[in-house]
Design a protein around this ligand. Structure first.
Ligand SMILES: Cc1cc2nc3c(=O)[nH]c(=O)nc-3n(C[C@H](O)[C@H](O)[C@H](O)COP(=O)(O)OP(=O)(O)OC[C@H]3O[C@@H](n4cnc5c(N)ncnc54)[C@H](O)[C@@H]3O)c2cc1C
Length: 380
């Protein structure tokens, strides 16, 4: 009897999508596996702020998705997914409709402009290599005096310290300000760690304005709720992220941020699994933050569960292992918690870069990064 091979579609080829693809490709399933991404290159996001200050070469922060899929004998379609129909089991792009037996949604997150058109037009987001290229180009060409960072989360702090390093290296004195709507930066982190980070930011001359919002954005001008106006300013827009447009249209249980609520097996619906930043795993008291360690292990577990499902085996629960987190800061006084222990200073910076080198794809990228970091950037 000839059995038809299963059709598996993975939407998104970032950390979680590539991890799922890798597991499925190695499974020897009689399946037709297709990866769909709107880009041909996956960006290594954790190091993109360091391209500004440390001068890390962008070339080492990408993975060629086409080549990755070719090596693993997977189909790759470069298109943006417009909609998903969980009932008819189909994925639509602008030009075609694809039917699946199993689906993995791994489309990550994207900058949230909160419907602020001026922020979109004049602000700089920091969520891709394209974004960081725009920032570097503007830094070289524009006569900027002020950097206003909207959002005091991890990315805002990283951006601020890298801009500090950039201005220091270039011998230019600029004003760097983090604007945060909440009473403190770095939201849910322990108070002691926040104090450490704040003290370190202040030692670099970076200003922190909490309980403050950006009221008006114009070309190179930012006005705050405090009445302060920054001229010749670059606005870095990092107040938060949201999920892809097609997920917002999907009639499925989501958290207020638009992340899809998944069960303990990472299922989001019949034959549909979800992983990485798009997936909301947990309950209302504790849930997994957006981080590459969870994206990679969730992608792997979602793929394993599809394999088990095809083989009529019971599904396995996803059991996250939290190795910790680090807030990298470009003066090397980073801070974080690793394996249950607080770490700070150069050790924390070292652990962050070690994790990044370990997690990056391919030896060319790994060696490139090592060489780049040891030589102080810009030179490799
Ligand atoms: C500046 C920055 C610094 C960070 N630093 C750290 C850090 O130090 N440590 C850490 O653990 N995490 C860090 N993160 C978070 C981490 O990068 C994310 O948690 C991780 O990338 C999530 O992986 P993912 O697979 O869910 O999504 P992604 O890696 O974002 O991949 C999603 C993919 O889906 C594609 N896609 C999206 N929409 C569509 C569509 N409609 N159609 C087709 N394709 C689509 C995208 O093109 C992309 O390739 C950082 C993030 C940023 C932005």
């Amino acid at each position: 009897m000839i059995t038809q091979s299963e059709k598996i579609i993975i939407i998104g080829a970032g950390f979680s999508g590539l991890s799922a693809a890798h597991r499925l490709a190695g499974s020897n399933l009689a399946a037709e596996i297709t990866v769909i991404d709107k880009k041909e290159h996956a960006d290594f996001l954790p190091l993109i702020p360091d391209c500004i200050g440390r001068g890390i070469n962008l070339e080492f922060l990408t993975c060629d998705i086409v080549e990755f899929c070719r090596k693993l004998k997977l189909n790759f379609i470069k298109e943006e997914v417009e909609s998903v129909n969980l009932e008819s089991r189909s994925v639509s792009t602008l030009s075609a409709n694809y039917i699946y037996d199993y689906l993995i949604i791994a489309s990550g997150s994207q900058p949230n402009f909160f419907s602020n058109q001026a922020a979109q037009d004049y602000g700089y987001s920091l969520n891709s290599i394209t974004d960081v290229r725009r920032i570097i180009k503007a830094l070289k060409t524009d006569d900027l005096k002020n950097f206003v960072i909207c959002g005091g989360g991890y990315t805002g702090v990283e951006a601020a310290t890298n801009l500090w390093l950039y201005t220091k290296k270039n011998g230019r004195s600029k004003r760097i300000v983090i604007v945060e709507r909440a009473p403190t930066i770095l939201g849910p982190l322990p108070a002691g760690m926040k104090m450490y980070v704040e003290k370190n930011l202040k030692s670099m001359g970076i200003e922190i304005l909490t309980n403050t919002v950006i009221e008006r954005i114009q070309v190179n001008q930012v006005s705050l709720s405090t009445g302060q106006v920054f001229n010749q300013a670059m606005l870095i827009w990092v107040p938060g992220v949201k999920t892809a447009e097609f997920i917002q249209k999907l009639d499925i249980l989501k958290n207020p941020q638009g992340r899809i609520v998944v069960d303990e097996y990472l299922r989001a619906g019949q034959n549909c699994f979800c992983c990485g930043d798009t997936a909301y795993f947990g309950d209302k008291d504790s849930f997994l933050r957006m981080a590459i360690q969870f994206a990679i292990t969730q992608g792997d577990q979602a793929a394993k569960n599809i394999i088990r499902s095809i083989k009529n085996m019971p599904l396995e629960k996803y059991r996250p292992l939290d190795l910790g987190y680090i807030i990298p800061m470009a003066n090397n006084r980073s801070s974080g918690r690793v394996l249950g222990l607080n770490v700070s200073g150069r050790l924390a910076t070292f652990l962050h870069f070690s994790m990044c080198i370990f997690r990056s794809v391919g030896w060319k990228n790994r060696w490139g990064l090592i060489c780049n970091l040891l030589s102080g950037g810009d030179k490799c």
